[in-house]
Design a protein around this ligand. Structure first.
Ligand code: GLU
Length: 548
């Protein structure tokens, strides 16, 4: 068979470069010895999940702790699954978690010489190599229809045989020249398959950077390398792209482990040295006592958008994932409570070999701890970031007044004080704590524990006495002075000694004031709250709080 002629008939493109040219166009990278070049290669399906962030973090840390490069490649070979805006969403989501790429799709970088980074834009490169394999007799056209393939598959399943296109089932492997040209003339759609040279009798040992030594059976499947639309499959694109983008370490999910024999063979027939591989284990969760994979259908927490919308502190999510990635990270954080996770020596070979357990409760705890360490400016920036995207119009308006908000946040988060507030795990909870500081969102339901006369007397008297110039002590002295006027004990000791003698005590006076000012019997320091509100609003609240 004239293979050159056949290759030209199957890949008629007149503008293809010689395959060898690409070695010059994409030269080996000049990176220091030991530097790893890693990539995130998502499909633009619009669903960016925790697994992507987990993997991206392993990629990013590996590249950046070794002086290497981390780039973004978009695997858009499946047109049907493509979603508008998905690439922006990947970049935005990862940026939210502080993950930045050095080069790649939509990244402005002088390093972008290994592009294009969208696979659909690389069709020419793939086609040049498919043509080469056809010329070498290492690939062939297959005209089987989907129905024919289904039939074979059912038969194989019934006979308990390995399914797929191989050996005697590889019908188009042995088509004659005449049959091929007749099919082409008849306009039959075709795919290009690899003519596998392997045998399942042969086994080799393969070293995975995470899983260690694994036994791999040689591939014997004539996998599709070019689909009927002229676009390659994942397998083929992976071999070409990771070779020419000079990836040194492919970090990807363990679901790809079963395709490894195909990838090893593809690299071999293409004459490429394969990259090293690190297959990460799937994220699991405990569900009713059993461990199972996180699922898109059942677990909203799998989506990265979940964390953005709920307003988790992004650094907390990253720090928590670091503990899942490297179990010694937790110990490191105990020794370096304020340390930057980037100073931790991340090691790919310390990643778990099986099922990484994701525990939302632990993440929540990490988020609370991280939020409790924020300065007033950091806290403002964090909450504002959430409000800008997900807050109500009222929230947005409130965040225009940074000075006012900084005062409030300093108080309610206990910033600079002896006791930091440690119960806020998400931005939204923090934002709701601000509501009563703004008249438009102050919607009190006054729940006083005392009768109308007592309440109104306390409020009237304090409204008259209140002076914003009073310090805490003077303020409290005035609260105390009201107590006897409503039959309450001014001193706690007095009250404890004779509880039946009084209707209440000084803390009950303060509670009445608190309910009127904040709408709740619990709040941070009331004297400070009143001073933040300012005299007019504080007094107005006291008077509006009277029982009608
Ligand atoms: N596009 C593949 C995916 O999204 C990437 C696998 C890989 O990293 O090689 O699963």
């Amino acid at each position: 068979m004239d293979l050159k002629k056949l290759a030209a008939a199957l890949i008629p493109d007149s503008d293809l470069l010689e395959p060898e040219k690409y070695e010059e166009i994409f030269p080996p990278r000049t990176v220091p010895n030991g530097a790893e070049v890693t990539r995130l290669a998502p499909s633009p399906t619009g669903f960016i999940h925790l697994g992507n962030l987990y993997s991206a973090l392993a990629d990013e840390r590996t590249a950046h702790t070794t002086g290497g490069v981390f780039y973004l490649r978009i695997e858009d070979t499946d047109e049907k699954r493509k979603v508008e805006g998905a690439v922006e969403s990947v970049i935005r989501s990862l940026k939210y978690f502080g993950i930045k790429f050095d080069e790649g799709a939509e990244i402005e970088s002088p390093l972008n010489i290994y592009g294009p980074y969208y696979q659909r834009q690389r069709a020419k490169i793939y086609r040049s190599f498919v043509k080469k394999l056809l010329e070498e007799g290492l690939a062939y056209p297959c005209f089987c229809t989907a129905e024919e393939l289904d039939e074979v598959r059912s038969m194989q399943t019934e006979n308990k045989e390995t399914t797929g296109y191989y050996g005697k089932y590889a019908k188009c492997r042995n088509l004659s020249e005449e049959e091929i040209y007749n099919n082409l003339k008849a306009g039959k759609p075709f795919v290009i398959r690899l003519k596998s040279q392997g045998s399942i009798e042969n086994k080799t040992t393969f070293r995975d950077a995470i899983k260690g030594d694994i036994t791999v059976t040689e591939n014997d499947q004539d996998v599709v390398i070019l689909k009927s639309d002229g676009i390659p499959t994942y397998h083929f694109a992976h071999a070409i792209d990771d070779h020419f983008m000079r990836t040194t370490l492919v970090i990807r999910g363990e679901e790809w482990l079963s395709s490894l024999p195909v990838h090893i063979e593809l690299h071999k027939v293409l004459g490429f040295k394969p990259p090293r591989y690190a297959h990460t284990c799937s994220l699991m969760k405990m569900d009713g006592g059993t461990k199972r994979k996180l699922s898109k259908r059942k677990d909203p927490e799998l989506s990265l958008d979940y964390y953005r919308k709920a307003g988790y502190y992004p650094q907390a999510v990253v720090k928590y994932l670091m503990t899942v990635l490297n179990s010694n990270f937790e110990e490191w954080t105990l020794k370096n409570p304020d340390g930057d996770y980037k100073d931790f020596k991340f090691k790919i070979d310390k990643m778990g070999k099986s099922g990484a357990l994701f525990d939302l409760d632990k993440l929540n705890d990490t988020s609370k701890t991280e939020i409790s360490k924020l300065s007033a400016e950091q806290c403002f920036a964090f909450l504002k970031g959430w409000v800008d995207e997900f807050g109500s119009d009222a929230d947005k308006a409130h965040f225009e007044n940074e000075e006012y908000l900084t005062k409030i946040l300093t108080l309610i988060m206990g910033i600079g004080g002896k006791k930091r507030r440690k119960d806020i795990e998400r931005a939204e909870q923090g934002v709701r704590l601000l509501d009563y500081f703004f008249d438009d969102t102050f919607k009190p339901e006054y729940a006083y524990r005392f009768d109308k006369e007592t309440v109104n007397t306390v409020l009237d008297k304090f409204a008259q006495a209140y002076d914003p110039a009073d310090d805490n002590q003077a303020w409290f002295a005035k609260v105390k002075s009201i107590a006897p006027e409503v039959g309450f004990a001014a001193e706690m000791s007095e009250y404890k000694a004779n509880p039946d003698k009084f209707k209440g005590n000084v803390s009950d006076v303060a509670e009445i004031l608190r309910v009127a000012i904040t709408g709740s019997p619990n709040s941070p320091d009331l004297c400070t709250i009143m001073s933040i509100l300012g005299k007019d609003r504080a007094v107005a609240r006291l008077l509006n709080g009277r029982i009608k």
